[in-house]
Design a protein around this ligand. Structure first.
Ligand code: OOG
Ligand code: NI
Length: 463
């Protein structure tokens, strides 16, 4: 009997979701086409160098999606569905704090965790969960109504969850079951045609458009699907030239002369889509909602906690300077700050312990019988070992807040005099009954494994 492995399920799921989303949101297809065009040009111009952070095959197929759910129970079900595809919750993002207007969610990202799995298919889904218990957003009455509404809906059919548990346990599924799982999983993330209860939706919308998007309807949906591009500035220009109105910034690090680090993202608001609305008297009329959008991203080297602290520090410095110099663009200010304070080469980032790399023996290493040196720096400098950057596979809370933000219309309401409900990675782990993994630990492990192997191959003690 032929079977489909987890990574094949994941790759097939990403491809089908992409096909579905392209049919539902035509601007997404434009984005994918322009991304491919830019990637091919970058590859031609930069050759092998363009593939240092992932093969062109990987980058071209690479996507992340985003979904939003309402309760820990629903998030635990999401974890089962993605667990079937070899995707695990990594990282904790508190968007309640990061956004200027009301975004009452906490988030994690489901993604493959080991290097080989990432190379096969790096598909990831940024997944947010509403926080009805946060009194800054919801009063006790609305919280109770919201929780009752959420408790009564079913996002994922039992058949899907049963198949998902089997795929996770067996790490594969027979072809026929795999087909069924993929169908049910994609269908559960399509935009529903069920009429929206207008009064209820608007009640939540007054608090936050995100709350309405999550708790105002009886289903969930993928709200964007993001291709990866090798030159995001060029992509931004081309999309603008095609008349697609992008948000006014690229989130994350500036364009600068040093290495690409972490993640740069930009987005555009999707058009309003026609949706059936149910009115108080039970009649249905046609309305429109804007709930889906487009986003694109460029990925760079993963930073260590020290590197990340520096990144956050620079963000603060840029904010500070931008507030005093309203005539200069944020990009120009950021570039100047980075050129002053961020190490400008991969070698320096590695030497300062600011970024993660994997190491392997160089093909052209000395073979004259000389002894290899005992430190990583010296091994690299003397040509024994080559360093390859580890790509950042995760997200940035401030950028994510910017993406949420730029796609909202109203400000919503948040009562900052109240104390927010506490939430962190440990609580989220408890709520969904599985570990939310620490991204730094994953990168550090990947780096350490590669160094252990190099040490073994060279007959060195630990390096
Ligand atoms: C998620 C927004 C964040 C990203 O790439 O940072 C995000 C959402 O709108 O649900 O997708
Ligand atoms: Ni996104």
């Amino acid at each position: 009997m032929s079977t489909i492995s987890q990574w094949q399920l994941r790759a097939a799921f990403a491809a089908r979701l992409s096909e579905m989303y392209g049919q539902e949101v035509p601007a997404y297809t434009t984005l994918v086409d322009v991304s491919r065009e830019v990637n091919e040009e970058v590859l031609r111009a930069r050759g092998a160098d363009a593939e240092r952070q992932g093969s062109i095959g990987r980058v071209t197929a690479e996507r992340h999606g985003a979904i939003r759910v309402g309760t820990p129970r629903e998030l635990a079900q999401v974890a089962r569905v993605f667990g079937a595809l070899g995707m695990h919750p990594v990282g904790f993002y508190d968007l309640r704090e990061a956004a200027a207007s009301a975004v009452p969610v906490v988030s994690t990202a489901f993604r493959p965790v080991d290097g080989e799995e990432l190379a096969r298919s790096p598909f990831r889904v940024f997944t947010s969960m509403l926080t009805p218990a946060d009194p800054r957003f919801f009063d006790p009455d609305l919280r109770a109504r919201l929780e009752a509404f959420l408790a009564a809906r079913e996002l994922f059919p039992p058949e899907l969850l049963t198949l998902a548990d089997r795929a996770a346990a067996d790490r594969e599924l027979p072809t026929k079951d795999a087909e069924r799982l993929l169908q049910l999983a994609v269908a559960s993330l399509e935009l529903s045609t069920e009429p929206v209860d207008r009064a209820w939706y608007e009640t939540l919308e007054r608090i936050s458009a995100v709350a309405a998007d999550i708790g105002g309807v009886r289903s969930t949906h993928v709200n964007h699907l993001t291709p990866r591009v090798l030159d995001i500035d060029e992509l931004y220009r081309r999309m603008t030239d095609r008349g697609i109105e992008m948000i006014d910034t690229i989130q994350g690090p500036p364009r600068w002369k040093g290495p690409d680090v972490l993640l740069r993202q930009t987005s555009f608001r999707a058009l309003a889509e026609q949706r059936a609305m149910r009115l108080a008297d039970g009649s249905v009329e046609s309305g429109a909602l804007r709930v889906r959008f487009g986003e694109v991203e460029a990925r760079g080297i993963a930073l260590t906690p020290e590197g990340r602290a520096l990144y956050d520090d620079l963000l603060g410095a840029v904010d500070e300077q931008a507030s005093h110099r309203p005539t200069e663009t944020r990009g120009d200010i950021a570039r100047a700050v980075w050129e002053q304070r961020m190490p400008g080469t991969e070698e320096e980032l590695a030497a300062d312990g600011l970024a993660y790399f994997t190491y392997r023996l160089a093909d052209e290493r000395p073979r004259d019988g000389s002894e290899p040196p005992a430190t990583v720096d010296a091994l690299v400098r003397q040509g024994w070992v080559r360093a390859t950057p580890i790509v950042y596979e995760d997200f940035l809370p401030r950028s994510a807040a910017g993406i949420f933000q730029s796609n909202l219309s109203g400000e919503g309401t948040r009562d900052n005099d109240k104390e927010g409900a506490a939430y962190d990675a440990a609580r989220l782990s408890g709520a969904i009954g599985r570990d939310v993994l620490d991204p730094y630990a994953l990168y550090a492990q990947q780096q350490a494994n590669s160094l252990a192997r190099v040490a073994r191959e060279l007959g060195l003690p630990d390096i």
